[in-house]
Ligand binder design. Structure first.
Ligand code: ADP
Ligand code: ADP
Length: 224
C-alpha cells in the first residue's frame, strides 16, 4: 500500500529547463527510498514539489490516495524536510527554534518530545545557544531536529551526508533506523551509490528529469 504516489509529475522552470519529465513513483509505507542521480538530475526539484516548495507544471502528488493540493494543510503536517541549505533565524536559541517548528505545524507543544529529539541529536547541552554561535555540523543537526519536531510520517532528506563529518553521518543513520522502527517513511536523495546501497530498501535512479530505474536494492546491484 502506497503512502505517497506521484503521477505524471512534470516541472519546467521559467528558464525553459525541463527538470522533471513525467515522473511516476509509488512509495510504500515505512520504506526507506533513495533517489540516486548525478547533479542536475532533478532530485531536489522532485522533493521540493512533494514538500510544497515548488509548484509542478503538471501531474499530481497523492498522499494516502488523496490529492495533495486539495488536502494541503493535512498533507503538510505529515511531511518533514531536511533541506540542503540551512534556513534558520540566527539569533534564536536552539530549543525555541525547534519547539516553534513543531507548533508551526499545528501540533501541541510537547517539551518532553522536543527534549528527546535534542538528546538523540546530541543537541541538548547546546539548547540555550543561539544558532549563530553553533558550528556548521551542529547547525545541520538543528535542521534535522526542526524537521522531526512535529513527528512527520514521511521524512525527506536532501543530500543528507554531503559535507557532513563521520560522527554526524553515523548519528544520522542511527536516527533513520530508529525512525523507521517507529513506522516513519524516509526518502533521501544522494549521488553516492554506496549511500543508497547502505541505507535504502529501494532505489530510484533519476537522470535528466527521468526516473530510469526503480529497484529493490539487491536487484540494483546486479544491474549497475
Ligand atoms: P539535483 O537535485 O538532482 O541536482 P535539481 O532538481 O536541483 O537537480 O535541478 C534539475 C535541473 O533544473 C537542473 O538543470 C537545474 O539547473 C535546474 N534548476 C533547478 N532549480 C532551478 C530554478 N530555480 N530555476 C531554473 N532552473 C533550475
Ligand atoms: P517507549 O515509550 O516504548 O520507550 P517511545 O515511543 O517513547 O517508546 O520512544 C522510543 C524511541 O523512539 C525514542 O528514541 C524516541 O525518541 C523515538 N520516538 C518517539 N516518538 C517518536 C515518533 N513519533 N517518531 C519517531 N520517533 C519517535
Amino acid at each position: 500500500e502506497s503512502i505517497l504516489s506521484i503521477r505524471g509529475l512534470r516541472k519546467q522552470y521559467a528558464s525553459g529547463t525541463d527538470a522533471l519529465k513525467s515522473v511516476d513513483l509509488d512509495i510504500k509505507r515505512g520504506e526507506i527510498f533513495a533517489l540516486l542521480g548525478p547533479n542536475g538530475a532533478g532530485k531536489t526539484t522532485l522533493i521540493s514539489i512533494i514538500c510544497g516548495i515548488v509548484t509542478p507544471s503538471g501531474g499530481e502528488v497523492l498522499i494516502d490516495g488523496k490529492n495533495w493540493q486539495r488536502h494541503f494543510r493535512e498533507a503538510r503536517t505529515r511531511i518533514g524536510l531536511v533541506p540542503q541549505e540551512l534556513t534558520m533565524d540566527v539569533f534564536e536559541p536552539l530549543i525555541s527554534t525547534v519547539s516553534f517548528s513543531r507548533e508551526l505545524f499545528g501540533r501541541r507543544p510537547d517539551p518532553k518530545r522536543i527534549e528527546e529529539i535534542l538528546r538523540e541529536l546530541s543537541l541538548w547541552d547546546k539548547r540555550k545557544t543561539i544558532l549563530k554561535e553553533l558550528s556548521g555540523g551542529m547547525k545541520r543537526r538543528v535542521m534535522i531536529a526542526k524537521a522531526l519536531a512535529h513527528d512527520p510520517d514521511i521524512l525527506f532528506l536532501d543530500e543528507p551526508t554531503a559535507g557532513v563529518d563521520v560522527e554526524l553521518r553515523r548519528d544520522m543513520w542511527n536516527m533513520v533506523r530508529r525512525l523507521r522502527e517507529h513506522g516513519t517513511t524516509i526518502i533521501l536523495t544522494t549521488h553516492y551509490i554506496e549511500e543508497a546501497e547502505e541505507m535504502a530498501d529501494r532505489v530510484g535512479v533519476i537522470n535528466k528529469g527521468e526516473l530510469i530505474l526503480v529497484e529493490e536494492k539487491t536487484e540494483l546491484m546486479k544491474k549497475l
